[in-house]
Design a protein around this ligand. Sequence first.
Ligand SMILES: C[S@@+](CC[C@H](N)C(=O)[O-])C[C@H]1O[C@@H](n2cnc3c(N)ncnc32)[C@H](O)[C@@H]1O
Length: 223
Amino acid sequence: MRKIFNIYQLVGHLSTFFDRMMTAADLPARLALKIFWGLDADAYQKFLTQAFAGIPQNFSGRLLEVPVGTGVLSLPVYRELDGADIFCLDYSNKMLDAAKERADQMNMRGVKFLQGDVADLPFADHFFDVVLSVNGFHVFPDKISAWAETYRVLRRGGIFCGCMYVKGENRRTDIFVNQFCDRQGFFSPPHETLASLEKILSDRYTRVEITNVESFAGFVCIK
Ligand SMILES: C[S@@+](CC[C@H](N)C(=O)[O-])C[C@H]1O[C@@H](n2cnc3c(N)ncnc32)[C@H](O)[C@@H]1O
């Protein structure tokens, strides 16, 4: 946990670099997305769409996002959800600082930001209508608690959705994840495959839909 914390504190300091990468903002970012993640421009758009596919149109309930990171992907989505009550949680206060600054710049004062651990969420049972996790589960060190906690805080009939890296879909990505992301502490193995993810989700949720773009699995589940 300390290793993950330290690395994302550093990423938080270098958040503009992280944000350029996550948004395919320039040529080096687009090249890296293609080489390491197999995502060309079309595939990147599909990745984005699948990441947020589970949020209902004009959603106006209570939503938890964990982890929010710098909010670079999700805050533009929340800007369109006027009536929603949005809570964003991350373990790294540096990542959160970057997210808060972005929300201020976007004039989004209603979004709440909390520092915390997905393995021990500071919310009552069944509190949320939607729980969203974008690029979180391949990072979380204690995945068993993370699956349990995201389930616990969701109401019956609520939606658990998002996306994560899965192994076995792109050989080059798997080598990159294994040799770089895991070793440097950006990600936490063991990683799921599409099949093992489907099993984890189906064991808990009543309805599960999984899609994938290269090594990114998108999931939309109903509790
Ligand atoms: C790859 S970033 C993803 C951020 C964002 N969702 C995105 O896609 O841009 C992973 C984030 O997970 C956070 N994180 C790692 N372990 C965590 C934990 N146990 N609880 C909450 N957040 C955690 C890190 O601080 C980091 O901000």
